[in-house]
Design a protein around this ligand. Structure first.
Ligand code: IDP
Ligand code: MG
Length: 149
């Protein structure tokens, strides 16, 4: 089993879409094992997006992420990183496949609702950045034999 970090960005919270988005992951079979709402500190936003520091959109991206509260979660499941990215869709909602979260709920790259880790290695690092070990509530669900053979 693998874990991935998901951030429901300020636009998802402000637009009242957090429930719809979490439901999509739950329906797919991914399991929420940590979940919290917080106002992000600038330093955390800067560290999370450090890889984009030299990009022209970086300062706007940091302002966006700290502009209003976010909901952050850890999802667990087989290939969680890959399948969550697939359900999220392409970075630019205008290019995302129909049926993905970004295509179905968003229009612009700078307001694309959601973050998902892009590799298992980055997921481990991002989960450690956003959560303490005590924030996780690992559990087995009765549905698991019906999700995994
Ligand atoms: P990802 O979220 O699909 O992994 P990244 O390339 O890692 O996409 O970019 C991180 C975030 O930076 C995007 O989700 C989006 O919020 C923002 N971003 C990326 N490119 C642009 C851009 O050209 N203009 C504005 N914001 C951008
Ligand atoms: Mg990314």
């Amino acid at each position: 089993m693998e874990r991935t970090l998901i951030i429901l960005k300020p636009d998802a919270v402000q637009r009242g879409l957090t429930g719809d988005i979490i439901q999509r992951f739950e329906r797919r079979g991914l399991k929420v094992v940590a979940l919290k709402m917080l106002q992000v500190e600038r330093s955390l936003a800067e560290e999370h997006y450090a890889i984009h520091r030299e990009r022209p959109f970086y300062s706007g991206l940091v302002e966006y992420i700290i502009s209003s509260p976010v909901v952050v979660m850890a999802l667990e499941g087989k290939n969680a990183v890959k399948v969550a990215r697939q359900s999220i869709g392409a970075t630019n909602p205008a290019e995302a496949a129909p049926g993905t979260i970004r295509a179905d709920f968003a229009l612009e790259i700078g307001r694309n609702l959601i973050h998902g880790s892009d590799s298992p290695e980055n997921a481990v690092n991002e989960l450690a950045l956003w959560f303490n070990e005590s924030d996780f509530a690992p559990h087995t669900r009765v549905s698991e034999p019906w999700l995994y053979e």
